[in-house]
Design a protein around this ligand. Structure first.
Ligand code: T1G
Length: 691
């Protein structure tokens, strides 16, 4: 019978089956919680029922609390009160898991008396990814069922474990046969009844906690081992403190402690930022301007031109997804070198246990080398990753146009060049698109999909779908200088270069960005990428500090010297040589250096980036402020707990941003001339999220 729109109740023999069907992921919304509570109470009151199964239809068991309800007034039964109904049921409750039992979904399964899952299921507590902690008893029950150390790993990693691993650690009791979860769950419920098994409550189990008692080093070692990974994030430390409480406090007091820390995290801007990122990532995959029925073209075979760092990395993405690739180079030496590097990358990954050794040959088997572009004639998609010069790109595309089959997608991996200009070298500009990968291309998640003025809808739709297929986060951007990411990086470059001439040191600038949450500072990143990227020894003229450093052979980390000096372990130290170059160059410019505060460094860099983001939005190069956030979080290491440059600006308040920009414009010129979009939004009392 229907309990409500999303929950049904049926009785098979003496087993009640409570089924939830609330697409897309059976999140524990108000309706789901109300329906399940009502059904459990019905089963308890039904004399024909001896035990009950809680199961979901659709793609997954409950995937967690309903994130869209966060911040709204609680509606009974809250998740915790629903858990009490289940945990105190006088008849056994069996949780039947498929898909991904996550967050509150797994926490609900933990108050059932037994848990069964199909082998393809996964279980996890990913709240840490939202800047939260498992707030429905996960931090108190998980250590009791899998032990303290596994609980710490599971809850701070935020990634799910397989059903097999879950069974091995005691998280679930049985594995069902794939495809017959319902039947196996009913059978388990019947066995629990027939065998008179006890109504096991996880909250009452202490054997796993006892193993950790008197071992404070577990927590000290865990904190030390993860200090770098957790740096700046509030949630992981809160989770560790809750697990410590599970040892030190009686269960109910532990629950109170968990609730207190959960509420603190939920109210914190870090969680708001990380929830923003969760939805922004999913939004970025949607192209509002494309009709839903836009055809997706089949990509059965890919061609990549250029087997260098970028071309090789790009080719790996497709081989990883099982798509055959023809990799073209100009000569055999370059081709074989490129293939050797790819094989080496795979062998390193396999040695780290991140892929099966046999997969190295499987994936290499998908790569065909060639020195003839004619071999790309049957490819559905061809990506060029050749030298970043417009003439070279145009020549390649002109040739491609004559070779590629009708309907093929012609893509360029250019970082800065005008793709309209490249497309004009072909007779099919509407089939040309930018696929801007980030180095290392087989690792970095971000893929800027660049539309030109002519790129046709099916090419855009296909490219966005392809991003997902190869495990990237695709963001559709317009064709403008530096697209989105590099254009904002250029704004940061300008301020950073200016600041070190005016009196700041590169290490002071880097520390401000590191303390803000970036994994590395600006100059450290430039040393890593290489100061000689885009530098031409033939035309260099000591026009700026970077050129001078290059002329001195200081190309960055790879030459053990750039802005920093590097030892054999690549540990960097501030370089007196680089500092002298900066001071001499500033003097030559007639500049008098001054002390510059960290606050000024941060303001000038971050507000210049925000202002550039606003210009990008105003010009339509990005269609959402949140897309810009995703670009900078996934492509450039903007700290996720700060939500991205546009989210961070909204957090400061656009009126404040506008005031600071005006002050900075007065002191430092046009880079800070407020984008008209910011002025409009302030006048309308809106934020970037409304843009
Ligand atoms: N609440 C609301 N909507 C959700 C949701 C959730 N928990 N999870 C996913 N969606 C939506 C998502 O926005 C998208 O919507 C659609 O479902 C498909 O998602 C008390 C407080 C489950 C692995 O963190 O990891 O429980 O765009 O595109 O790639 O301790 O979604 O289609 O309109 O991601 O197949 C904890 C988050 C919550 C799990 C499926 N749970 N979700 O991945 O599809 S906090 C999570 C995921 C909590 C308790 C705490 C993934 C997925 P639309 P999708 P997918």
């Amino acid at each position: 019978m229907k309990v409500n729109d999303v929950v049904t109740y049926a009785v098979e023999g003496s087993i009640a089956v409570i089924t939830v069907n609330s697409p897309p992921v059976n999140a524990l919304s108000n309706a789901v919680r109300q329906g399940v509570a009502s059904a459990v109470e019905t089963a308890i009151g039904d004399p024909a029922v001896g035990a009950m199964v809680l199961i979901c239809e659709g793609r997954t068991f409950f995937a967690g609390a309903d994130i869209t309800e966060f911040g709204k007034p609680p509606v009974e039964p809250t998740l915790r009160n629903l858990q009490l109904v289940v945990e105190n049921a006088t008849k056994p409750v069996i949780a039947a898991i498929h898909g991904t039992a996550l967050g509150g979904g797994l926490e609900l399964a933990l108050v059932a008396h037994y848990r069964i899952a199909v082998p393809s299921a996964k279980c996890g507590l990913p709240e840490v990814n939202l800047g939260l902690l498992p707030g429905a008893g996960g931090t108190q029950r998980l250590p009791r069922i899998v032990g303290v150390e596994k609980a710490l790993d599971l809850m701070t990693a935020g990634s799910p474990v397989s059903a097999k691993a879950a069974k091995e650690m005691g998280l679930i009791d049985e594995l069902a046969i794939e495809g017959q979860l319902r039947a196996d769950a009913i059978a388990l419920a019947q066995r629990v009844l027939d065998e008179g098994r006890p109504l096991l409550k996880v909250r009452d189990r202490t054997e796993k906690l006892d193993e950790a008692r008197g071992k404070p080093e577990i927590f000290a070692d865990f904190r030390k081992a993860n200090a770098r990974k957790f740096r700046g994030f509030n949630a992981p430390e809160a989770i560790i403190r809750c697990v410590e409480a599970s040892l030190d406090l009686p269960f109910d007091e532990g629950m109170t402690f968990e609730r207190q820390l959960f509420n603190e995290l939920q109210a914190d801007s870090q969680s708001a930022a990380q929830r923003h990122v969760f939805f922004a990532e999913r939004q970025a995959a949607k192209v509002d301007s494309l009709p839903a029925d836009t055809p997706i073209l089949p990509i059965a075979k890919v061609g990549v031109i250029g087997a260098g760092t970028m071309g090789g990395g790009i080719a790996m993405n497709f081989a990883n997804a099982g798509i055959p690739v023809t990799l073209v180079e100009t000569n055999e030496d370059a081709l074989f070198r490129g293939l050797r590097i790819i094989r080496g990358n795979y062998e390193t990954t396999a040695k780290k246990g991140k892929m099966k050794p046999e997969d190295v040959d499987t994936r290499m088997g998908l790569l065909t080398g060639s020195i003839a572009m004619e071999d790309l004639a049957d490819c559905d998609l061809i990506i060029e990753a050749v030298f970043e010069q417009i003439d070279v790109k145009r020549e390649v595309f002109g040739k491609l146009d004559r070779i590629a089959k009708p309907g093929a997608i012609l893509a360029t991996n250019t970082s800065y060049l005008d793709i309209d200009d490249i497309a004009a070298a072909t007779s099919r500009p509407d089939s040309v698109v930018g696929l801007h990968f980030f180095s290392p291309a087989n690792v970095m998640k971000l893929l800027e999909v660049v539309r030109t003025k002519d790129t046709k809808p099916e090419i855009i739709a296909t490219a966005m779908k392809l991003a997902k297929t190869i495990g990237k986060i695709g963001v559709l951007v317009g064709n403008g200088y530096g697209f989105v990411g590099n254009r904002i990086l250029a704004a940061r470059n300008t301020q950073a270069d200016q600041l070190i001439l005016e009196g700041a040191t590169p290490w002071a600038v880097d520390k401000v960005l590191y303390d803000f949450g970036f994994a590395m500072g600006h100059f450290q990143m430039r040393d890593l990428v290489g100061l000689d990227v885009g530098w031409n020894p033939k035309t260099t003229s000591s026009a700026n500090v970077r050129e001078i450093l290059n002329e001195m052979g200081r190309h960055g980390q790879k030459t053990k010297g750039g802005f920093y000096d590097y030892d054999e372990n690549r540990k960097q130290t501030p370089s007196p040589v680089a500092m002298q170059v900066i001071e001499d160059f500033a003097a030559k410019q007639g500049m008098t250096r001054r002390d510059i505060s960290d606050a000024e460094i941060q303001d000038r860099i971050l507000f210049a980036m925000v202002n550039e983001g606003a210009r990008i939005l105003d010009e339509g190069i990005a269609s959402r402020a949140s897309d810009i956030d995703i670009v900078w979080i996934t492509g450039y290491g903007w700290p996720k707990y700060r939500g991205g440059p546009m989210f961070w600006a909204d957090l400061q308040g656009l009126p404040t941003v506008l005031d600071r920009l005006k002050a900075l414009e007065a002191a430092h010129g046009a880079a800070f001339t407020p984008s008209p979009l910011i002025e409009r939004l302030v006048a309308q009392r809106k934020g970037f999220k409304d843009a």
